[in-house]
Design a binder for this molecule. Structure first.
Ligand SMILES: *Cc1c(COP(=O)(O)O)cnc(C)c1O
Length: 490
């Protein structure tokens, strides 16, 4: 994993197993332009216009660079309304690599989550899972269910070096089952890797044990396999006994312990749009196709064009190549190690799809009600035009029962790396900006809401800095913030 950079041991660096064939110019902006852009965006990086962004690390979702092979496949789109050959190809590929028999294509991951939630959850049900994901939990709640977190405690501790922080705590899982009863647990929602914990993997041993615990009590297990390929890479390099197993075999073994999966193709599948629900149970799959027809599109395209399905099938094949994954996750490690060397607090171990900066430790002068991660993301944009995003109390939203902010223990700024898009020099620019900000961190102001949407508020919320108009003050702001209390309920 270590790039060595010629410094120690052997002098051989490794590099990406591809070269650049086409380039997309990006705009360089000035600091005054960025000050204005972030104010116009209500200090929410989601509301920035991408033309004002230099290095876009908002998300790895749909931002992948496709290969020449995928683009060639785009020209082979069979745009028939029904029975597109690209669907057949996609379904075969999913069966080959993930192992499930039936594929229901969807416009993206949340389409699959919607269908699965509607079909399996009844009012009052509880759905245990290894940490929530925003859209997953939203659909579970809209279907009348309630998400219950059963991830191991280490996942909530950004300093814990546990190699599989995505693991499920089997005792917590069993006690949820005991509390609400098997009849009220529609399924176990298993994430691999766990996005909200910082792209942390779940081990094969844990997948096996948690699935066995559920299956022994007739509870199905559905995998959120959005980043399961990256999870397979971590199993290969971290879990004893898998050193010599291929990514393909690990992925298939992971899936084999579960009854189906929901996938956002916009991540591991190396495409820009699409998703799927894959299932083994023929009857459930048939009911899912009926819902697909209502909400997504006919069950042989589900909101995707034929060409998109072709690109996804080819992307899945490319995604399991070890050298690709080694470079992909190696780039994440390269960025993370620079930050660690400078003392910047980040979630460790370094995860699969990005670096998660610990905003609580970065900005100790701000309380969580002042949205430190949101503030840090805005400040980073102003400093260098790098766009990250908040994963903390804003993303966690309000508890539907109490109306209070869910105080997430993790308060993070996510610097997510699009796959095959940026170079090592872009990582250097990013690291330098974060490190500069760390050195003047007490100049970063907290934020207060000026507009708060009802659902998935992080996407469209607007904010204002506390004690001034600029997110970066001219002098340390410690004294201003320490007098503020709960400003989050504005
Ligand atoms: C992105 C994502 C989803 C939702 O997928 P969309 O394609 O954005 O609808 C679900 N689960 C996880 C873990 C994700 O990262």
């Amino acid at each position: 994993m270590n790039r060595n950079n010629g410094k120690t041991r052997n002098r051989r660096s490794w590099a990406e197993p591809y070269k650049i064939k086409m380039v997309e110019p990006i705009k360089m902006t000035t600091r005054p332009q960025r000050e204005k852009a972030i104010a116009d965006a209500g200090f929410n990086t989601f509301l920035l216009s991408s033309k004002d962004v230099y290095i876009d690390l908002l998300t790895d979702s749909g931002t992948n660079a496709m290969s020449d092979n995928q683009w060639a496949g785009m020209l082979l789109g069979d745009e028939a309304y029904a029975g597109s050959r690209n669907f057949d190809r996609l379904q075969k590929t999913i069966t080959e690599y993930y192992g499930y028999e039936h594929t229901i294509p969807t416009h993206q991951g949340r389409g699959a989550e919607h269908i699965l939630s509607m079909l399996t959850i009844r009012k009052g049900d509880s759905i245990p899972g290894n940490m929530y994901f925003t859209t997953t939990r939203m659909h579970q709640e809209l279907a009348g269910g309630q998400f219950v977190d059963v991830i191991i405690d280490e996942a909530h501790d950004p300093t814990s070096l546990h190699p599989f922080k995505g693991n499920i705590d089997l005792d917590k899982l069993q006690s949820v089952i005991d509390d609400v009863g098997v009849a009220h647990i529609p399924y176990l929602c298993m994430h691999a890797t766990v996005n909200m914990a910082g792209g942390q993997p779940i081990s094969m041993a844990n997948i096996r044990a948690a699935s066995k615990l559920c299956h022994n009590q007739d509870i199905p297990v559905f995998l959120d396999a959005t980043r399961a390929v990256e999870n397979a890479y971590f199993i290969k390099i971290r879990e004893e006994g898998f050193e010599n197993t291929s990514i393909e075999d690990i992925l298939k073994a992971m899936c084999s312990h579960t009854d189906g999966c929901t996938v956002s193709g916009k991540k591991d599948c190396l495409v820009n749009i699409g998703g799927f629900l894959a299932l083994n149970d023929a009857e459930l799959a048939d009911r899912a196709r009926n819902e697909c027809v209502i909400y997504e599109g006919l069950h042989t395209y589900g909101g995707m064009a034929g060409r998109d399905m072709e690109a996804m099938a080819r992307g899945i094949e490319e995604s399991v190549e070890f050298n690709y994954l080694h470079a992909r996750i190696g780039q994440v490690v390269y960025l993370g190690e620079q930050l660690l060397e400078a003392g910047v607090p980040i979630v460790e171990p370094i995860g699969g799809h990005g670096i998660f900066v610990d905003a609580r430790r970065f900005l100790p002068h701000l309380t969580q009600d002042q949205f430190p991660a949101q503030a840090l993301a805005a400040a980073l944009y102003v400093d260098s035009g790098v766009r990250g995003m908040e994963r903390g109390v804003v993303s966690a939203g309000r508890d539907p029962n109490t109306g209070q902010n869910r105080k997430s223990r993790l308060e993070l700024v996510r610097l997510t790396l699009p796959r095959r898009v940026y170079t090592q020099a872009h990582m250097d620019v990013t690291a330098e900006s974060v490190i500069d900000l760390f050195e003047k961190r007490d100049h970063i102001r907290g934020l207060t809401f000026s507009y708060e949407p009802d659902h998935l508020r992080f996407f469209r919320a607007r904010f204002h800095p506390i004690g001034g108009d600029s997110i970066l003050a001219d002098a340390p702001v410690t004294s201003v913030s320490s007098t503020m209390s709960d400003t989050a309920s504005v």
